[in-house]
Write a protein that binds this ligand. Structure first.
Ligand code: ADP
Ligand code: ZN
Length: 745
């Protein structure tokens, strides 16, 4: 840390001296930047990271470009020190302001995302790691290792195979708690050793050659590479069926950016599931990219943030928050699966990473590539109206063909009791297994059963904190709330009527489906894949290997399994409840269901063996099912767009949601009435609500919603700001603003 300057040393003037004032934005939800006095000894420029006093403590902020105000000199406190870190670039500062304006969030709250790793702002400290000691090495030998618990052996093996690692990291890689590692240290099996400053791993090299592209692929790749070389703002939709080689094509654009010495950001929707992507990248460029997501250790975050800021890390693949990394020479942003709703951040600063990536591209004058087989309607309209360019890959690569999709009309099927696979799907599964191929059954419901009730009195198990039913998880023998995490054991008798043995499961979840497949095909090797069974990148990697090595015959999973994976032997996909996403009825229900099912279907028949897809549905005539079976995406998009246009919904109109919540429903209602009284009456603006949110109680908080619907030309941010700012709401009530809402819960 550099030397501090005593405040008295610089306290030499009482008249306002604007030249010796700086405006500093703090990473806190404050209205704007704060003014500080600039000590003689410091020279600062906008973007510099500084330590400043704030009340009784000190905090890190960024020197901002805004003009300082005329606060009395006596009230002004001096900047304490300048940190030794690359400054926050002008582009990133403008981006922070832009996002704040758009999302109606204080700029400091957005800044916090751009400086999420404050210890990266200081030069790296010497660090220590834990390595296998001589005793530890001996303990791992054949004769001794039997005395070790499985967890201890995993830790020792991990320590043997990896460089010295921090405790947490070692525990994480070995898949156990930190206590196990500490225990081994006490026993002298692990020892603490100093680690030299972490060497940068090998860097991706664009000179490695990729696959030979087909003429269509080559044309698209060249077009993207040209955009990269122009180094100017553009947005391109790379549109092509699953398996058409979109990834190969944009890897080529990445190569062009690396060749030009620029950095690259790739956003993936579910980064934990990007193992196959990472391997593929490494095969293409000879080294892995840096990763950025919530599953990193603090040391990894610090290392990556700093490496990015210093321009040493050329490629980052990450979740939406990677968009706020301080790249000094970004030359390309790729957003894979651009339609994916997980790009919308739903808490804290509520923003859509795809849309904000386009903004960053425009402010930093660089190309943005949106990739999808099922582009969002927003993007489709942007292409139609000429704002985005489109490159199209019409066919699957090589001999692979798009799988045949059939519906199973569940109204005509007779299911056996407590069975959920209709005879045609069960028969197809049998054929597939007999042929030595793999199958995937898709059901977007975790746990055993979505609803549990008492057969005698009808009592349903509801979450005490939320307006939802509890979901039975049979493997762990618990009822769980998927919203707040509430857990309770499955009771032996009904808590309402007291009768024993009457508790019954209603409907299927993936666990129950697994039970049925095991009963029908006792020899089939199953894997149940859901967000609660896949606990981290390691579990995902293991699963992927398992499928690739054909140690698994049937995958049963939720949407975490739907994305991206490429399994050559997987030829059958069965969607157990294709209608699931269509209930609930928010404005994107059909679009989302189409995208999801299309993606799920796209897992089948990705190589030489053709794929088959069955959709179990009670609505075989629904436009979504028709579009899927006819493989007619564009007709579906057009019909959906017309529907949106007719009602003035996005992308033809604008939406903003206001969510009021608080521990006490009277205060929340009071706030709702106050806001309703002040609601705008403007042409082209409609305010709906307040209404209880579908999740009227969440984690014990009562929730009410307003929806503002406006014509496209209306500045909806200005309308909402002018409406909400003067309304006094009780301090216990939280008002969240969601511009362009995707969730209506
Ligand atoms: P998408 O991203 O459109 O789903 P991918 O890029 O993942 O498609 O390609 C699907 C599969 O086909 C991958 O295994 C990929 O390596 C392979 N592939 C695509 N294009 C080529 C090509 N030109 N030569 C060899 N393999 C290719
Ligand atoms: Zn709950």
């Amino acid at each position: 840390m550099s030397e501090r300057h005593a405040s008295s040393a610089t306290d030499d003037s009482t008249a306002p001296d604007l030249a010796r004032r700086v405006s500093v934005l703090l990473p806190l939800p404050l209205e704007g930047a704060y003014d500080y006095r600039l000590p003689e000894s410091l020279t600062l420029s906008p973007g510099d990271f500084v330590v400043v006093p704030l009340g009784p403590r000190e905090t890190i902020g960024v020197v901002w470009d805004s003009a300082p105000g005329d606060v009395a000199e006596a009230k002004l406190k001096p900047v304490a020190e300048k940190l030794d870190a690359p400054p926050l670039s002008r582009e990133l500062r403008r981006f922070v302001e832009w996002v704040a304006q758009y999302t109606l969030t204080p700029p400091g709250a957005v800044l916090r995302m751009a400086m999420s790793v404050t210890d990266a702002l200081e030069p790296p400290r010497p660090s220590f790691g834990w390595a296998l000691s001589e005793v530890g090495r001996a303990a791992l030998t054949e004769s001794e290792s039997r005395a070790l618990t499985a967890a201890r052996r995993r830790v020792l093996e991990t320590a043997r195979d990896a460089p010295p690692l921090p405790v947490k990291e070692l525990a994480r890689l070995a898949g156990c708690g930190t206590g196990v590692v500490q225990g081994l240290e006490r026993l002298g099996l692990l020892e603490k050793v100093p680690v030299a400053a972490r060497l940068d791993p090998e860097l991706p090299d664009w000179r490695h050659s990729g696959v030979a592209l087909s003429p269509e692929q080559a044309e698209a790749a060249e077009s993207l590479a040209a955009a990269v070389r122009r180094a100017d703002y553009s947005v391109t939709l790379l549109d092509g069926v699953t398996g058409s080689g979109k990834t190969e094509v944009y890897l080529q654009a990445i190569a062009a950016a690396l060749e030009a010495g620029r950095q690259v950001l790739v956003l993936l929707p579910e980064i934990a599931l990007g193992v196959q992507w990472l391997d593929r990248f490494a095969r293409r460029f000879g080294a892995r990219p840096a990763e950025w997501h919530s599953d990193l250790t603090q040391a990894e975050r610090r290392h990556t943030w700093r490496g990015v800021a210093e321009g040493r890390i050329p490629v980052v693949v990450g979740a939406r928050s990677a968009l706020f990394l301080p790249f000094p020479k970004l030359g390309l942003i790729v957003i894979d699966e651009e339609h994916d709703t997980s790009y919308k951040q739903e808490d804290g600063v509520i923003y859509h990473a795809r849309d904000m990536a386009v903004v960053r591209g425009s402010l930093s004058k660089l190309p943005v590539v949106l990739v999808s087989a099922t582009p969002s309607l927003e993007t489709v309209v942007n292409v139609e109206q000429g704002r985005y360019r489109r490159l199209h890959l019409p066919a699957r690569h090589g001999v692979a063909v798009v799988p045949e999709v059939q519906v199973i009309d569940m109204r005509r099927q007779k299911l056996e009791r407590q069975r959920f696979l209709a005879p045609p799907l069960a028969a197809a599964l049998e054929t597939t297994l007999q042929a030595g191929e793999q199958a995937m059954l898709f059901l977007n419901r975790r746990g055993y059963a979505p609803l549990t009730l008492c057969r005698s009195c009808g009592h349903r198990f509801q979450c005490p904190n939320c307006t939802t039913w509890l979901v039975e998880h049979r493997f762990v023998r618990q009822l769980q709330c998927h919203h707040c995490g509430h857990l309770e054991p499955v009771p032996d008798s009904c808590p309402a009527c007291g009768e024993a043995g009457t508790i019954a499961a209603c409907g299927p979840g993936v666990e129950r489906l697994a039970e049925e497949v095991t009963a029908r095909f006792p020899k089939a090797r199953l894997a149940v894949v859901a967000s609660d069974t896949l606990t981290g990148p390691r579990a995902v990697a293991e699963l992927v290997r398992g499928v690739e090595e054909h140690a698994i015959d049937v995958l049963i999973g939720t949407q975490v399994m739907a994305k991206g994976h490429h399994f050559p032997l997987l030829t059958l996909v069965g969607v157990v409840d294709a209608d699931l996403g269509l209930s609930g009825g928010d404005l994107r229900a059909a679009e989302r269901t189409f995208q999801l099912l299309h993606q799920v279907a796209g897992r089948a028949g990705r190589e030489a063996r053709p794929g088959q897809v069955f959709l179990q549905t009670y609505m075989p005539d629904h436009p979504v099912m028709r579009a899927l079976t006819a493989n007619d995406r564009d007709r579906f998009l057009q019909a959906e767009l017309e529907e949106r246009k007719r009602h003035g919904w996005p992308p033809y109109g604008r939406l903003a949601a206001l969510i009021l919540s608080g521990p006490d429903d009277e205060s929340v209602d009071f706030a709702g009435r106050a806001l309703a009284r002040g609601a705008p009456h403007l042409r082209g603006v409609e305010v709906l609500g307040p209404a209880p949110a579908p999740l009227a109680i969440l984690r014990g908080w009562h929730r009410r919603r307003f929806l503002v619907k406006a014509e496209r030309a209306v500045n909806i941010q200005a309308v909402v700001r002018a409406w909400v700012a003067p309304v006094k709401v009780p301090s216990s009530v939280r008002v969240q603003i969601d511009i362009d809402p995707y969730s209506f819960l």
